[in-house]
Design a protein around this ligand. Structure first.
Ligand SMILES: [Zn+2]
Length: 292
C-alpha cells in the first residue's frame, strides 16, 4: 500500500510539473499567457490589479516563484524596474524572458523635461490598445512554442482565436465611441494614450506626470481653470492611485469622476483583459453622457 501511495504521489508530482510554469509581471500578461497556453501552462502574476505597475515592492515569495519558473513574461520599456533585482536575487540569469513590447509602435509622453514615466523609450501602457495586444500575444505564442514545441499547434490556434475576439470587441466599441458628442477627459496619470487613440477619446490633461509625483497647488488651480473653460466633463481616476486629488478636482470643477483601471482585477467585472477593455470604454461612454 505504501509503495502504491508513493508511486501515485510521484506520478502526481510529475504530471503537475508537465505544465510550463510561467511568471507574468502584470495580471494583463498572466491573462494572455493563460489564453494562449490554456491547460499547458500554469501562470502567476507578480503584482495584483490593486498595485501600481510603477511602484511595486517585491515579496520573498516572488523570489521563490522565479526560482521555480520556466519562463518570465514582461512588458519591457523600463516599466518593470523591480523585476531585474528579483531575477538576480533568485540567481536565475538563465531564465528565458519574453519581452512583449518588441515591435509595438510606441507613443512618447509629452512631458518634455526629464520624463520619468516613459523613460525616454516610449509610454509603457501599450496593452490598453487591443491592436498592440495582438503583437504581445504573438510574442507569448512564440515563447511558449520555443519552450514547449510539442504543443505549438495549440498555442498557434489559441492565439489566432483570441485575435479574432480582440478584433470583434475593438470594432464594436469603436463604433459606439464614434457616436459620442464629447470625447475629452482628464487622466489621473499618463496610462491612456494608446487606449484614447484606438477608441477615439481625447486626453485633455493629466493630474500626475508620473506615479509617485504630486502636482503643486498652482498646477491644480490651472487644471481646474482649464476644466471649467473647456467644459471638460470627465475626470478619470485609477484605483491603484491616491483618490484625493481627482476627487478634489471633480468637486471644484463640477466634472464627473469615473474610475478606470489600467490593470485587470481592480474593479468588479474586469478579471480578463477583454472584460477590462469593455468596462473601461463603457464606463467612459456613460460618464461622457452616453451614446446618441
Ligand atoms: Zn504609467
Amino acid at each position: 500500500v505504501l509503495l502504491v501511495g508513493l508511486i501515485l504521489l510521484f506520478s502526481g508530482a510529475a504530471r503537475a510539473s508537465e505544465s510550463l510554469q510561467v511568471i507574468a509581471t502584470l495580471p494583463i500578461l498572466k491573462d494572455l499567457v493563460q489564453v494562449v497556453g490554456k491547460r499547458h501552462v500554469t501562470a502567476i502574476s507578480l503584482i495584483t490589479g490593486f498595485e501600481s505597475e510603477h511602484t511595486y515592492t517585491p515579496k520573498p515569495s516572488d523570489i521563490r516563484a522565479i526560482q521555480d519558473a520556466d519562463l518570465l513574461v514582461e512588458i519591457g520599456l523600463g516599466l518593470e524596474v523591480w523585476v531585474a533585482p528579483l531575477i538576480k536575487n533568485a540567481d536565475r540569469a538563465d531564465l528565458p524572458i519574453i519581452t512583449t513590447s518588441k515591435g509595438v509602435p510606441l507613443l512618447m509622453d509629452d512631458g518634455g523635461e526629464a520624463d520619468e514615466h516613459d523613460h525616454g523609450l516610449g509610454n509603457p501602457h501599450i496593452w490598453l490598445d487591443p491592436e498592440n495586444v495582438k503583437i504581445m500575444a504573438a510574442w507569448i505564442e512564440a515563447g511558449l512554442s520555443a519552450a514547449d514545441p510539442g504543443h505549438q499547434d495549440d498555442y498557434r490556434q489559441n492565439a489566432a482565436a483570441y485575435t479574432s475576439k480582440l478584433e470583434k470587441l475593438e470594432k464594436e466599441l469603436r463604433a459606439r465611441v464614434a457616436s459620442l458628442q464629447k470625447k475629452g477627459f482628464i487622466a489621473h496619470h499618463p496610462a491612456w494614450p494608446y487606449f484614447a487613440r484606438r477608441f477615439g477619446f481625447i486626453i485633455k490633461g493629466k493630474i500626475l506626470r508620473q506615479v509617485g509625483s504630486e502636482p503643486s497647488a498652482k498646477q491644480i488651480a490651472k487644471l481646474i481653470k482649464k476644466i471649467r473653460a473647456e467644459k471638460i466633463r470627465v475626470i478619470v481616476s485609477e484605483p491603484q492611485l491616491n483618490q484625493k486629488i481627482p476627487a478634489l478636482l471633480a468637486e471644484e470643477s463640477g466634472a464627473k469622476l469615473v474610475s478606470l483601471s489600467p490593470l485587470p482585477g481592480a474593479l468588479p467585472g474586469t478579471e480578463s483583459y477583454l472584460d477590462l477593455i469593455r468596462y473601461n470604454v463603457e464606463a467612459l461612454i456613460a460618464a461622457l453622457g452616453g451614446e446618441g
